[in-house]
Design a binder for this molecule. Structure first.
Ligand SMILES: Nc1nc2c(ncn2[C@@H]2O[C@H](COP(=O)(O)OP(=O)(O)OP(=O)(O)O)[C@@H](O)[C@H]2O)c(=O)[nH]1
Length: 556
């Protein structure tokens, strides 16, 4: 290969059996170590269960040549289509520059086609739609069917950021499984469309090296090879890298890109990295990179938004599968937002206070303008996972019955803070000032003097009353007061009414207490003519911090 080659990663996504693997095969000339359903379990089940990688090189189109590249290498990341494997797809989609959505033309958009579109919307900017299996439509109906399906998918795409995507119709494997070696149809046009819609992705060689490992195997006498994609930075032979999940550091012995030895690799490259021997079974998939860049996370804080196709409520305290990179973990979610987002900063700020939300709200469409609510989530993981800062995440309900035909992807987000301390609940959550609006109601037991009343039932006996001293309350008769202190042992409090009680309130309280006295003298069950007035209520509105250990409360 002479001249500079640009590597462009394309995710091949679509519903199960739409023909993704067949298409990748038809497109590729060079197969990497891990392509085309080599996994023995894949063969048994007849479906792709892992990411497959393959590549082919074409002449760089003019706009890529203008960036100094002579050739363009397409690396296809063949993602599994089966619903249960969506977590693998999400992992695969994090490393792609563009996406090819394969649609079986005889079936149209199916549930996982829609889910793949959602993933694409979150994780990539470039989409090409491929209608496959055109050979299954009788020749005379092919043109009309392609036109009809094109109209349909364009309607769907109009609601996404991919409204102007190209649509190409092919037969990746005419005749299907039984056919013997028939040439694919339409693939040359597809390659042309791929060239045209390619671009020079932002590649950044600065910053710490980060590598997403998708396969790992050893070669006797050489070492262990990790194949994957460089997510960030660069690495050279002899550099030291860390595999955090194994808690080891290793020296890079050699590297290969599609069977060519290389000395140095950088962001976006697909590469096999050889290090000194370790058991490849210990690292099926995961992250490695410059020592201490990868964090072990016990939980994260993220800015999130609801995926509009998800039709169920997303409630605080509910559990979701959270996928970050190749990792998927169960997490308990707690949502909160900016009360008045006009006045809040662009990102999360520990110095601000946030309002607890019972559920994650869908973005509202007001007068055709989507208002972007600023919402955040605290995601507490069931077990620690390896992640890197600035990652995207997807929250989903993967255990939802796929036969319901509902989108299982619930929310998407960007990481803001990673909790790397096992005891983050004690040490870090207090910093996230999220409050709930609370209200308590008590009644005036009696008047102590013109400016002071004794209130019962406002606080429970075992409540730490000290937290409430100094807070404002309002009487149902209109006066405002301040909780001045506790009274006795039963949770009663003294409330000071600085402006003094109104005469009407005093009369009412006197009436109520004389009614009670009569009651005490043996007429409890007889309604006293003096005692049919409502008791005077005392209302306390306050904010209670949700994540704070100190159970701090403040006035509303
Ligand atoms: N007639 C016809 N059959 C095809 C075509 N492309 C693929 N097939 C058949 O469709 C079936 C599924 O093809 P695959 O390429 O394994 O589909 P896939 O989308 O990779 O499947 P998963 O990875 O399991 O989701 C196989 O039996 C193929 O032979 C095509 O263009 N025409």
């Amino acid at each position: 290969m002479s001249g500079k080659t640009l590597n462009f990663n394309i995710g091949v996504l679509g519903h199960v059996d739409s023909g993704k693997t067949s298409l990748a095969k038809a497109l590729s000339t060079v197969a990497s170590t891990a392509c085309f359903d080599k996994n023995p379990q894949s063969k048994e089940r007849g479906i792709t269960i892992d990411l497959g990688f393959s590549s082919f090189v074409v002449e760089a189109p003019e706009h890529v040549q203008a960036g100094g590249y002579e050739k363009l290498q397409f690396t296809l990341v063949d993602c599994p289509g089966h619903a249960s494997l969506i977590r693998t797809i999400i992992g695969g989609a994090q490393i792609i520059d563009g996406m090819m959505l394969v649609v079986d033309i005889t079936k149209g958009i199916q549930t996982q086609t829609a889910e793949c579109l959602v993933i694409g919307e979150i994780l990539c900017d470039n989409l090409l739609v491929v209608f496959n299996k055109v050979d299954l439509i009788p020749q005379q109906k092919q043109k009309a069917t392609i036109e009809k399906m094109t109209k349909r998918i364009l309607l769907t795409l109009q609601k996404t950021k991919f409204a102007n995507s190209k649509i190409i119709a092919v037969s990746a494997k005419p005749g299907g499984a039984e056919a013997s070696g028939e040439s694919p149809i339409g693939v040359a046009e597809l390659i042309k469309a791929m060239q045209e819609s390619s671009y020079i992705p932002k590649r950044d060689s600065v910053g710490p090296f980060l590598f997403s490992v998708d396969h790992c195997f050893s070669i006797r006498g050489q070492g262990t090879i990790m194949t994957g994609t460089v997510l960030q930075g660069m690495v050279a032979v002899n550099d030291t890298i860390e595999i955090p999940s194994l808690k080891v550091t290793k020296k890079v012995k050699s590297m290969q890109m599609f069977r060519q030895p290389v000395e140095k690799v950088s962001q976006g490259d697909r590469v096999g990295i050889c290090v000194t021997q370790f058991d490849p079974k210990l690292l099926e998939r995961g992250l490695m990179g410059t020592p201490s860049v990868i964090k072990t996370a016990f939980g994260v804080l993220a800015q999130v938004s609801k995926i509009s196709y998800y039709k169920l409520p997303i409630e605080t305290k509910a559990k979701f599968h959270v996928s970050i990179g190749h990792e998927t973990v169960m997490a308990k979610a707690s949502f909160f937002g900016v009360e008045n987002h006009e006045s809040a900063g662009e990102t999360f700020d520990f110095d601000c206070t946030y309002k607890h939300q019972q559920e994650l709200l869908a973005p509202k469409d007001e007068d055709g303008v989507t208002s972007h609510l600023k919402q955040f989530a605290l995601l507490e993981f069931e077990k620690p996972i390896q992640i890197t800062p600035n990652s995207s995440l997807i929250g989903s309900k993967l255990d939802m019955d796929v036969h319901t035909n509902m989108c299982r992807l619930a929310f998407k987000g960007e990481l803001l803070e990673i909790f790397t301390d096992k005891n983050y609940q004690e040490t870090q959550l207090e910093r996230i000032k999220v409050y709930k609006n609370k209200s308590k109601e008590g009644v005036v037991e009696r008047m102590a003097n013109e400016n002071e009343i004794i209130v019962k039932n406002l606080l429970k006996k075992d409540t730490n009353s000290q937290l409430f001293i100094g807070l404002r309350v309002k009487l149902s008769t209109g006066e405002e007061g301040i909780i001045d202190g506790t009274f006795g042992q039963g949770g009663k409090v003294k409330v000071r009414i600085s402006s003094g009680l109104q005469d009407t309130t005093k009369i009412l309280l006197q009436k109520l207490s004389s009614g009670k006295k009569k009651g005490k003298s043996g007429q409890e069950n007889q309604p006293s003519p003096d005692n049919n007035s409502e008791p005077v209520k005392v209302i306390l509105n306050f904010k209670k911090y949700v994540f704070s250990n100190s159970k701090k409360i403040v006035q509303t």
